[in-house]
Design a binder for this molecule. Structure first.
Ligand code: NAP
Length: 363
């Protein structure tokens, strides 16, 4: 049988709860012509999934959407052999079909993963859309120059940790904004940011000003809300913003207008300071930049210039709990659910993963 989490309802305003998800078991499907059946190994949990659910893109009764690293179990496509590892979108379930008629976000044909190049979990992380998001927003949109001050919000999270390290590679002074002290310590101590301030601090605006004595030249926006309020007065002339996400607004009644509200709030400063604002939609960068990104990111990882932390929740049963935690800042690094056995793990990685739900895949 195939274990699945379905969306139980179109969620109301607020954070995810157990009432939003239903556990079912259905027969494992048979692949049709030009389709493959894969078993999910790693499921990526991402804040955008909450937006899809709340806005009705995902409908009640559907398997919850999610990108996955999977293994081919049965192939009716010449390009894929049984046992191949692929990046696809199985969603919150143990087994899924890919190929003809299964297009989700345009990934009708799964991308093969070579386990010799990197741990396969990174295909839904630093070597996947998450890494490309950080690369596109920081490198291509913010274009930070050596010596400039760059600020990254949700700095210890999946995207933020990579975005900030790219700015470090480019020679910038990098300041993170994160939640608890343990995350701030990781951001400076392990990832090598120059400073990190907590958005829980009652003196966030002053703390950020002290960490950015020359103002802010580039801002990678993941959050919005009071974090953006603190950033705004510090933006230098001709600074750049990549508007990646606004997680502080994803649970609000006006989620759909969050980007408009954010822009309206910033507009006077943007005009006065001649700030360039770039809306980031990672899918738009796939056709032209995916190959270059994989080359460059792969090299940075091999050279030890990019470290990467995963927060792995073992067992598909835990998906709603892990998702709720991520939306509330209870994750530490890129949030993943370990759905099925990963036969590519070597002893070193296995040892790192033993007995803990917070892992460093490459850190
Ligand atoms: N534009 C695109 O194409 C694109 C693609 C991928 C992701 N994104 C966006 O990128 C952002 C980061 O995604 P991710 O997958 O890397 O998630 P993540 O950062 O791993 O997890 C979310 C983090 O957001 C922080 N957070 C949650 N609520 C907050 C609040 N009210 N105020 C301040 N911080 C809050 C928490 O960190 P702390 O504990 O540190 O507060 C939490 O750990 C999201 O906004 C997402 O929508 C956009």
């Amino acid at each position: 049988m195939n274990k699945q989490w379905l969306l139980a309802r179109t969620p109301p305003e607020g954070l995810p709860t157990d009432d939003d998800f239903t556990w079912v078991e259905t027969p494992i499907p048979e692949p049709g012509p030009n389709q493959i059946l894969t078993r999910t190994i790693y499921l990526s949990l991402d804040p955008y999934q909450w937006g899809r659910r709340r806005s009705g893109v995902e409908e009640p009764g559907e398997v919850c959407h999610g990108r996955t690293a999977s293994q081919v179990v049965k192939s009716n496509m010449a390009e894929y052999q049984d046992g191949d590892f692929v990046f696809n979108t199985n969603g919150w379930q143990e087994y899924g079909l890919s190929g003809e008629g299964m297009s989700v976000f345009g990934y009708m044909f799964p991308r093969k993963i070579n386990p010799a190049e990197a741990p396969i979990s990174t295909a839904v992380g630093v070597m996947g859309m998450l890494g490309l998001t950080a690369y596109s927003g920081m490198y291509l949109q913010c274009e930070p120059k050596a010596g400039e001050t760059v600020v990254v919000s949700a700095a210890s999270g999946g995207v933020g940790q990579i975005a900030g390290q790219i700015a470090k590679i480019l020679g910038c002074r990098v300041v993170g904004i994160a939640g608890i002290q343990e995350k701030c310590d990781f951001v400076t101590g392990v990832l090598g940011f120059d400073a990190c301030v907590s958005h829980h601090s009652e003196t966030l605006p002053e703390d950020l000003r002290a960490a950015c004595p020359s103002g802010i030249d580039a801002y990678f926006e993941n959050v919005g809300g009071k974090v953006f309020d603190a950033v705004l007065p510090l933006l230098n002339r001709q600074s750049r913003i990549s508007l990646c996400g606004l997680i502080a607004h994803y649970s609000s009644a006006v989620m759909d207008q969050a980007r408009d509200h954010w822009a309206a709030l910033g507009q006077p400063t943007f005009e006065r300071q001649n700030v360039q604002v770039h809306n980031l939609v990672v899918r738009e960068f796939v056709p032209d930049y995916q190959a270059r990104f994989l080359d460059e990111m792969g090299a940075w990882i091999r050279e030890g210039k990019i470290k990467y932390k995963e927060d792995l929740w073992p067992g598909l049963e835990q998906a709603p709990k892990a998702f709720q935690a991520m939306m509330e800042g209870g994750n530490f690094g890129k949030t993943l659910v370990g759905v099925g056995d990963d036969p590519t793990l070597d002893d070193a990685l296995k040892a790192r993963r033993a007995g803990t739900d917070v892992l460093g895949a490459l850190a």
